[in-house]
Design a protein around this ligand. Structure first.
Ligand code: PEP
Ligand code: MN
Length: 336
């Protein structure tokens, strides 16, 4: 249930509502807007449905939520959330561009990629140090050595670092080097990992699972918020369908769906979403036009020798020209 307090509700009114919730053995999360406070009630469903909150002074209305997720919902927080990554804002009309190689391969490769994505207008450097590969014989990443390189390249270029975490025991380690923890598609329903990143206060980039519905994806985000970490950015990266021409089917309608259902920022990854570098440009343009808050794009100084995902990686030149177009579309969207 969510309880919407009226604009004239006093602090005492709110306190009485909170006390009642706690006295019933339930917990609450607060969302304070410019004119209204919204209280999300969490706990036993039966107890919640017996709550008679409308009789309390200062309560404007109560809404029973049919979906299981609450904290990520628009009902709970009507205004768009903006995630602040050390001064770089994601959401709320700011264009976030996370770009870089699929995997960190060497300092030289990473720095070259970082400098070119910075020049193209990216504000985040992406790169995997722990790679969840389909085959155990494929390159698995440079682990902590890769994290160190990311931090160094981030500091040298002024880019924020986003990198994937695959192990629940590695939260402290990855937090030491990264500005954003990425939970990948394969781990979207790794609930222990979601809870662990939720207990950290680092911003989290939550990719949509390979076969996840939008509801499952938002419930995964709910795990993170329910642990107290509200700094979540969603990322649509394509889903599994019967189509084989593309690696995945990029579901741009998910951007519009998420904007309707949730206040969280959502970005789009046209690289994994299509698996083909030729399709990154049109899908990046479309993502921004559809209302996405940003993009994640794989860029490699030499895609033909990349240790992973070379087929979907842009060259520095192509990245630059894709970004020129994306910036034009973002600007047109602002003046709509
Ligand atoms: C990645 O971004 O490096 C990655 C592995 O993506 P996904 O989890 O979407 O497959
Ligand atoms: Mn990749």
């Amino acid at each position: 249930m969510i309880i919407i307090m009226s604009p004239t509700a006093t602090r005492e009114n709110l306190k009485k509502v909170q006390d009642k919730i706690v006295s019933m053995g339930l917990t609450y999360h607060m969302s304070k807007g410019a004119s209204r406070t919204i209280v999300g009630v969490i706990g036993d469903k039966k107890v919640i449905s017996s709550l008679q909150m409308k009789a309390f002074d200062g309560v404007e209305k109560t809404v029973q939520i049919t979906e299981k997720y609450k904290l990520v919902s628009r009902e709970f927080k009507p205004n768009d959330s903006v995630v602040n990554v050390g001064g770089v804002l994601v959401g709320g009309g700011n264009l976030a561009v996370m770009a870089g190689p699929c995997a960190v391969e060497s300092m030289e490769q990473l720095l070259e990629a970082a400098e070119c994505v910075k020049a193209g207008g990216a504000n985040f450097l992406r790169g995997g140090a722990f790679k969840p590969r389909t085959s155990p014989y494929d390159f698995q990443g440079l682990a902590e050595q890769g994290l160190k390189m990311l931090k160094e390249a981030g500091e040298k270029t002024g880019l924020k670092v986003v990198t994937e975490i695959v192990d629940v025991n590695a939260v402290d380690l990855v937090c030491k080097y990264a500005d954003v923890l990425q939970v990948g598609a394969r781990n979207m329903q790794n609930f222990e990992l979601l809870k662990a990143v939720g207990r950290s206060q680092k911003p989290v980039l939550l990719k949509r699972g390979l076969s996840a519905t939008i509801s499952e994806w938002l419930n995964a985000a709910e795990y993170i918020l329910s642990e107290g970490n509200y700094n979540v950015i969603l990322c649509e990266r394509g889903i599994r369908t019967y189509e084989t021409f593309t690696r995945n089917t990029l579901d741009l309608s998910a951007v519009a769906a998420v904007k309707e259902l949730s206040h969280l920022p959502v970005i789009v990854d046209p690289s994994h979403g299509t698996g083909r570098w030729q399709m990154v440009r049109p899908m990046a343009r479309a993502a921004i036009a559809a209302g996405a808050d940003g993009l994640m794009i794989e860029v490699h100084p030499h895609p033909e020798i990349a240790l992973s995902d070379g087929d979907q990686s842009l060259t520095p030149e192509n990245f630059q020209s894709v970004m020129d177009e994306v910036h034009k579309i973002a600007k047109a969207m602002e003046s709509k």
